[in-house]
Write a protein that binds this ligand. Structure first.
Ligand code: XLS
Ligand code: NI
Ligand code: NI
Length: 443
């Protein structure tokens, strides 16, 4: 096979002044930030579905992407060539990890038995390529939303045989993920939701979804799979309402069904946007519950309403994300998966590189800037100061549950309680700008 990407040898760090579009200006994999090499902080992954399988069609137009390595068939040989092109891409773009759905890497066949056999053959090839290149699997997942049988959901299908098929498919996808040494396994509830409440029994659906997850937890221990199980919240698209709406909804669901601590969250920026939240909000809600597992690093256009899955090229957004990641002590099983695709007009293979390079540089900048914000300490000091009244005797007793209305009434009834200290939001925003844009992060 001729090289799929002959126009580039290897993307390397060349520093902020570089004008070479095939270089990193910020991502220097082995450079140490806050005591750890950048590559270990960021744990970048490329996703197979958008990178290798997205022809860039949209509801109104046909695919535009040029993919000379792909003959467009479901033949085994084509699956293997495509995989080879992918590993060439990972190598040349200096990306250490990847993510996939079962049906991205191998086609759906007539029966699940046949599909499993095909998946095993392709996965075997992946294992060899991983062995030879040192590339790692961040997470695997099952596609439970493309085939017509899943039109009304998978784990929430009103049809029990569809539910059973979904479970069986997850069983095998988890096994393949385990075999490939994956750090995690993702549940994105593609169509676990509804278009109308006239034809859906919501409490029953939620109970079924919990059953699927509990069986996955059981299967994980039976397999001896030591990776994490992640749920990926998303409020809508393709369905009108999805049960995994946002971080808070998913955490409530996990608590209700005894799954908290067994399943953590994979949070996607564009899904936060669709839920009308900031990504930082979604991350902090998950982090507060000790459930921030992994991140699908993309971004959307806030005024568009679609999951546009753009590459995360916004330096400020990447900084906010990395602030939360550093605050939680960093990823363990998770990482930054680029669940992102090119715009339909960016049809050349070169554009796959430019998207990833732009995203990796944004997050490398974000990492440096977040570390600088921590070192600077002014914003966290202001936050601590704002709550300092709670550190006294009264505050402590309230926080520990030792106070009553009667006591609090006695404490304030004869006082003139005025306003709290100024929030000083503008001053904090200015400090943030000074550290991120004017400070050492820029270098
Ligand atoms: C779709 C989701 C999907 C998951 C993997 O919106 O982001 O790509 O990440 O199934
Ligand atoms: Ni995603
Ligand atoms: Ni998405």
């Amino acid at each position: 096979m001729p090289a799929a990407f002959p126009f580039v040898e290897r993307v390397r760090f060349e520093g902020p002044e570089s004008r070479n579009p095939f270089s990193f200006r910020h991502y220097d994999p082995d450079a140490v930030v806050d005591g750890k090499p950048m590559r270990d902080h960021l744990r970048f992954a490329a996703c197979y579905w958008h990178t290798m399988r997205n022809g860039l069609g949209d509801p109104f137009g046909m695919p535009t992407a040029l993919m000379p390595w792909d003959d467009g068939t479901d033949a085994l040989s084509n699956c293997l060539h495509r995989a080879d092109a992918f590993f060439e891409f990972l190598e040349k773009c200096s990306i250490d990890r990847f993510c996939f759905h079962d049906r991205d890497i191998a086609p759906e066949m007539g029966t699940l038995r046949e599909s499993n056999a095909m998946l095993d053959r392709v996965a075997e090839h992946f294992a060899q390529r991983m062995q030879a290149s040192g590339k790692k699997l961040l997470w695997g997942t099952a596609c439970l939303f493309a085939h017509p049988r899943y039109m009304a959901g998978a784990g929430t299908s009103p049809d029990v045989r569809v539910f059973a098929h979904a479970c069986a498919q997850v069983k095998h996808a988890m096994e393949v993920t385990h075999r490939l040494g994956g750090d995690g396994y993702v549940f994105w509830g593609g169509r676990e939701g509804y278009s109308s409440l006239l034809n859906r029994d919501m409490p029953r659906d939620l109970g079924h979804m919990a059953r699927l997850l509990q069986m996955a937890v059981d299967w994980k221990s039976e397999l001896g799979f030591r990776g994490a199980l992640f749920i990926e919240p998303k409020p809508r698209e393709p369905s009108v309402h999805q049960y995994d709406f946002d971080s808070a909804t998913v955490l409530g669901f996990l608590r209700e069904h005894g799954l908290i601590g067994k399943v953590t969250l994979n949070i996607e920026t564009n899904h936060a946007t669709l839920a009308a939240h900031d990504m930082e909000h979604e991350l902090r809600v998950a982090a507060a519950a000790g459930a921030l597992g992994s991140i699908d690093a993309n971004m959307g256009t806030p005024n568009c309403g679609w999951d546009t899955d753009q590459y995360p090229t916004d330096y400020a957004l990447a900084t906010r994300v990395m602030e939360v990641v550093l605050a939680t002590g960093g990823f363990t099983n998770g990482g930054l998966n680029f669940d992102a695709k090119r715009r339909r007009e960016s049809w050349r293979p070169e554009d796959l590189f430019h998207g990833h390079i732009a995203g990796m540089d944004a997050f490398a900048f974000g990492l440096k800037a977040a570390a600088a914000l921590r070192a600077d300490g002014r914003i966290s000091a202001a936050l601590r100061a704002r709550y300092s009244s709670w550190d006294g005797d009264l505050g402590r007793r309230i926080e520990q549950g030792g106070a009553s209305f009667n006591e609090l009434e006695r404490a304030v009834i004869d006082e003139q309680v005025g306003p709290p200290a100024s929030g000083a939001q503008e001053r904090l925003e200015d400090t943030w700008n000074a550290v991120v844009w004017d400070g050492r992060a820029r270098r």
